[in-house]
Ligand binder design. Structure first.
Ligand SMILES: NC(=O)c1ccc[n+]([C@@H]2O[C@H](COP(=O)([O-])OP(=O)(O)OC[C@H]3O[C@@H](n4cnc5c(N)ncnc54)[C@H](O)[C@@H]3O)[C@@H](O)[C@H]2O)c1
Length: 439
């Protein structure tokens, strides 16, 4: 029996150990899905707090219930460690480490490099490795292949197997989760695709196999670039509508009544989260290295990046119309998470809006039921106000940045002196209401 066939058999029978490197928003749900499918899973992460919590059966990710983790830890299907040497007994490894940007806007590959370096020490024949972290096309072949295979004298597609499979998790979403969202899989060789697909198909409902790792890397960037550009387009539409004196929300709803050929995107105070503002820049960075300028990405990025400044400018104008200066005004920012009903503040436009309001001399407070504490861009610590309605009554303006569903918007509107609604959270209540200005 070949190494490939033996590995596929072990994966199909779930008799081999699997590991997930990086137990964050992506890695923990994936580890849980593998464990629930019957694999023995080891989560490896250098963060001791995460490891301690998991081994106690406690989840720290909103979408993963603690009861689930506790059950899997108790049954021995899931364990966590900071010790990378456990990888010597593992046959399948999925890498889910962060891929942020550096301050300069270039890809920060340090987490992929350090995880790969650690894994390289324990590589052995009969392993399959899948990279899940979003990255530029070429990463799997240019970085992982030499470090894990060529430099160790292991022949890819024969002794070991390597593929890329982009994560598509949408935090807070309940209908499409890790288990039922189709997974794209692209191997370095056809044998790599076959082994990696056999592994994932044992836990995930649909695996869509493509012909190369690069096609899988690019598919992820297409998905996120598509969103980023459409959001940029609709943000510019909001700016144009304001100049024209047309209600952008009414225009979007009208266009969305077309049953085909249109997909609804809505404007807002800027992009947030770990994916949409960042991933397309991995592609444009790579293209620059090939002397090509990714113009759509650059343009959308410029418009989206400017949205917090645009929103603060509109708040300033609206206060001016009410004979007030922003300087010295009490501003309550409602919602700090990057999108509704989640506890994730990474890259949230709320941080930009708060910073810009403070620069203009406003006294800023915020409220978010999911984010009790935050650090501003200039490292200032802030706590969410505890008495929401008191803060609403005392604010000169309430700026809605994140439209959490749990807010009692009619009560907030009733109590507020004036609301700037950057998300159309108030819907019909906000239209033609003298107390409300909408984006
Ligand atoms: N969060 C999302 O919604 C989402 C969606 C799709 C894709 N992604 C992509 O998935 C990847 C992971 O994102 P995330 O949101 O899970 O990040 P995260 O920060 O929540 O988790 C990453 C984990 O990796 C750990 N880590 C760091 N260095 C490590 C190493 N050398 N070895 C092992 N673990 C290490 C960290 O301690 C952390 O726990 C990123 O590339 C991201 O772009 C994220």
């Amino acid at each position: 029996m070949s190494t490939k066939d033996r590995l596929i058999e072990g994966l199909q029978q779930k008799s081999v150990q699997v590991a997930v490197l990086g137990m964050g928003y992506v890695g923990l749900p994936l580890a849980v899905v593998f464990a629930e499918a019957g694999f023995k899973v080891i989560g490896v992460d250098p963060d001791s707090r995460k490891i301690e919590a998991l081994n106690k059966g406690v989840s720290y990710i909103q979408d993963v219930p603690t009861e689930k983790v506790a059950k899997l830890v108790k049954s021995g299907h899931l364990k966590a460690t900071m010790d990378f040497s456990t990888l010597k007994d593992v046959a399948a490894v999925s890498i889910c480490v962060p891929t942020p940007l550096r301050k300069t806007g270039d890809p920060d590959m340090s987490y992929i490099l350090s995880a790969t370096e650690q894994l390289a020490k324990y590589m052995h024949p009969g392993m399959v490795v899948v990279l899940e972290s979003t990255t530029y096309p070429g990463t799997t072949r240019e970085i992982l292949l030499p470090m894990l295979g060529d430099e160790k004298g292991l022949k890819v597609g024969e002794d070991w197997f390597l593929a890329f499979s982009p994560e598509r998790v949408d935090p807070g979403r309940e209908d499409w989760t890790t288990i039922n969202t189709p997974k794209v899989m692209g191997g370095i060789t056809p044998a790599c695709s076959e082994v990696a697909t056999a592994w994932y198909a044992g836990a995930i409902q649909t695996v869509h196999t493509v012909s190369s790792a690069e096609a899988a890397e690019m598919a992820k960037l297409l998905e996120n670039t598509f969103r980023m550009i459409n959001i940029g387009m609709v943000n510019e539409l909001a700016i144009m509508c304001e100049r024209l004196g047309v209600d952008v929300w009414e225009v979007i709803d009208a266009a969305a009544s077309k049953p085909f050929g249109f997909m609804k995107f809505t404007p807002g105070p800027g992009l947030g989260g770990h994916c949409i503002p960042i991933d397309p820049l991995y592609l444009s960075w790579k293209m620059k290295a090939l002397n090509y300028n990714a113009r759509f990405i650059d343009l959308a990025s410029e418009i989206n990046t400017n949205m917090p400044r645009y929103v603060v400018g509109r708040v300033l104008d609206a206060l001016n119309d009410r004979s007030r200066a922003l300087k010295g005004s009490n501003v309550l920012v409602l919602g700090a998470a990057y999108k509704p009903d989640i506890d994730d503040i990474r890259e949230s436009p709320a941080l930009d809006v708060i910073g810009l309001l403070q620069q203009k001399g406003a006294q800023v407070q915020y409220h978010d039921p999911y984010i009790s504490h935050l650090k501003t861009h200039d490292d200032q610590e802030m706590d969410s106000v505890t008495d929401l309605m008191k803060a609403v009554r005392e604010a000169d303006v309430v700026v809605i940045v994140t439209s959490h569903k749990g807010y009692d918007y009619p009560a907030i509107l009733e109590a507020a002196k004036f609301v700037f609604d950057s998300r159309n959270a108030l819907g019909k209540l906000g239209k033609d209401n003298p107390k409300v200005v909408r984006l």
